[in-house]
Write a protein that binds this ligand. Structure first.
Ligand SMILES: [Zn+2]
Ligand SMILES: [Zn+2]
Length: 280
């Protein structure tokens, strides 16, 4: 069932916090990304506050509508609410239900983040491998892309579905030479950009790294999210200006921001919703 009041295919940023410092202050929320795409509805990286942000969203969203959960890695700002969402995803079914795509260390190993009793209620559990295609509900495929991030398993991915724009997520990672080829067909690219400039020993993308990447790929729209303190201080205008003239619409994400996953990819502003929360 589509989420009423929204387009059929969309993303809502439940949070845009990057780094543990921003998460701990909640200067930006850390709820991850809600998506409705083809027949898949769910959350990428449900960090602290994800469930609260879902329940507070207007137009409303419901954790019971979730049928897909995707984790890029197990760091706490990306994974803490995964159990709450697994509860929502499986609540209404006596039989195992839903789909989770995750790293092995988050799903199976000793320091796993998904509790066993909830894991047993999920129908389809997939482990990221570089280049692997998995299929959640509704004719959607997800291609996993291996990342390099401070010694934890970490993957980005590309969502594809017939007739809909393809969209990629680059999660927490050092910039890797394979990214232009892997993300080259994305019409929307979402990049976790914690830093303004590269910093030695920090496995995170910087705005400068995104600029280099956009010299080699041309998505219709690029969204900068998971921002650290310096980027947040500099602001969205700085981000857009720094990446201007790259042949892509650059958007600095804000908490609650909604993007259509239909062509053309469009930002929906709160004033486009009436008082009942219905989108017309
Ligand atoms: Zn992170
Ligand atoms: Zn991380």
């Amino acid at each position: 069932m589509p989420s009423s009041g929204y387009p059929a295919n969309f993303i809502r940023f439940l949070g845009t916090a990057g780094t543990r410092f921003i998460m701990l202050s909640q200067r930006r929320s850390s709820g991850g990304i809600w998506f409705s795409y083809g027949g898949s509805r769910g959350v990428i990286d449900p960090g602290p506050g994800s469930l609260v942000r879902i329940c507070e969203a207007r137009p409303p969203l419901s954790p019971i509508d979730v049928n897909t959960i995707v984790l890029t890695h197990r760091h706490i700002d990306h994974s803490s609410d995964v159990n709450a969402l697994a509860e929502g995803m499986t609540l209404k079914s006596r039989n195992p239900r839903g789909f989770i795509l995750s790293t092995r260390d988050a799903l199976e190993d000793g320091d796993r983040v998904l509790m066993k009793y909830l894991s047993s209620r999920i129908a389809k559990k997939e482990i990221h491998e570089d280049g692997k295609f998995t299929s959640p509900a509704g004719g959607v495929t997800i291609e996993s892309v291996e990342h390099s991030h401070h010694g934890v398993e970490c993957y980005g991915f590309i969502f594809r579905a017939d007739g809909l724009p393809s969209w990629g997520v680059i999660s927490d990672t050092a910039p890797l030479p394979g990214f232009p080829a892997r993300y080259g067909d994305c019409e929307l690219l979402i990049v976790n950009t914690a830093l303004t400039f590269p910093r030695a020993k920090l496995d995170h993308m910087s705005l400068a790294d995104v600029g280099s990447l956009l010299g080699r790929v041309s998505p219709a729209a690029t969204v900068i999210t998971h921002m650290g303190a310096d980027l947040l201080d500099r602001g969205g205008e700085y981000i857009s200006n720094r990446l201007a003239a790259r042949g892509t619409k650059v958007i600095a994400a804000t908490d609650g921001m909604i993007l259509t996953l239909e062509n053309p990819i469009t930002i929906l502003k709160p004033e486009e919703f009436d008082n009942d929360g219905a989108h017309d």
